[in-house]
Design a protein around this ligand. Structure first.
Ligand code: RIB
Ligand code: CA
Length: 317
């Protein structure tokens, strides 16, 4: 059993990841922590509460950071996730409310209460994880792993030629996360751009999951329309669910490792740069940083099957 906290900016693909984490038998979802990113943190928190209610669960939601650590807040990508975060789907206000602790405090409290057991799975900008490190630096020795959907090591970015959205939204926070002495696994565009979830899959989910299937298909339609408009694909990328899939079955991924820095200024701002070839020069930015892992290969069919069975399985009956 994998205990996880999902740090999220729901977000259409976040919803896919959250539902997968809720349903999969190998995951114990301890809570959702929210951040700005696809939408404001206020909207992300409402959306997280709505997803928990839609699933009929009692999972705590803790509200997180509203802005980046240093940079100004960028406009929210409503052309990708819709104004309220789920495409053209408008949800009624949730009845539940967030817990009183901040997201960062919730992370610190849970990690200290479950030393060595929790995977922090971050699928949005990384301000909450950076804030948790600031509150209690000792959590680096107590988390099982940090698995984050973000960055790109060898491929193209999706917001700039070199930068991925979650990292570029808060590069200073991301660099703190990469520099900390905890085991980080980057599930970046190198692999998520290999995994396409098509319209037929969401039609199957809508038909077989009476609880959240139609919502998921309706929200995914907006996301698929966006990707179909910019890429020649019949579907959307499985960005966030890939991070949850790594926790469940890391064997479907191939990884490399090296020290990682995040560019925090200039034309390459938001780039995740891994020192892969043991550069012998002293006193570089990478010197003294821990080696982190990055996923470079993935068995796309197995990941898609994991998502499909999670979304259509008995959990939702
Ligand atoms: O680049 C993709 C990432 O940015 C995903 O987490 C998506 O939800 C957006 O936050
Ligand atoms: Ca996300």
């Amino acid at each position: 059993m994998n205990k996880i906290i999902l740090d999220t900016d729901p977000g259409i693909d976040d919803a896919m990841a959250i539902f997968t984490a809720m349903a999969h038998p190998q995951i114990e979802l301890l809570g959702l922590t929210t951040t700005f990113g696809n939408v404001s943190v206020e909207q992300a928190t409402l959306n997280a509460l709505s997803l928990v209610e839609m699933a009929g669960l009692d999972i705590p939601v803790a509200r997180g950071v509203a802005t980046p650590w240093v940079m100004d807040l960028n406009p929210f990508p409503d052309f990708v996730h819709g104004v309220e975060g789920f495409g053209e789907v408008k949800l009624a206000a949730p009845k539940r409310t967030a817990v009183p602790q901040s997201a960062a405090q919730f992370i610190v409290d849970q990690v200290n209460a479950n030393p060595g057991e929790i995977s922090l799975v971050a699928i949005g900008p990384l301000g909450n994880l950076a804030a948790a490190l600031q509150i209690d630096p000792s959590i680096t020795t107590k988390v099982k792993q940090v698995v984050l959907m973000g960055g790109v090591i060898g491929g193209d970015g999706n917001v700039s030629p070199v930068a991925e959205a979650n990292i570029l939204s808060d590069p200073h926070a991301a660099d703190k996360v990469m520099a900390a002495a905890w085991p980080v696994v980057i599930v970046g565009l190198d692999v998520t751009h290999q995994v396409i979830l098509n319209k037929a899959l969401f039609a199957k989910i809508a038909a077989e999951n009476a609880k959240v299937g139609q919502f998921m298909a309706d929200a995914a339609k907006f996301y698929i329309d966006f990707y179909s408009s910019i890429r020649d694909i019949d579907g959307c990328y499985a960005h966030d669910v890939s991070a949850v899939a790594y926790v469940i079955d890391p064997e479907i991924f191939g990884t490399i490792e090296g020290e990682v820095c995040v560019a925090t200024e200039g034309v390459a701002i938001g780039q995740t740069i891994m020192s892969r070839f043991g550069i012998p020069y002293p006193l570089t930015f990478w010197t003294g940083r821990p080696k982190q892992k990055a996923c470079m290969e993935v068995d796309s069919n197995k990941l898609i099957a994991l998502f499909e069975t999670s979304m259509t399985g008995d959990f939702w009956k």
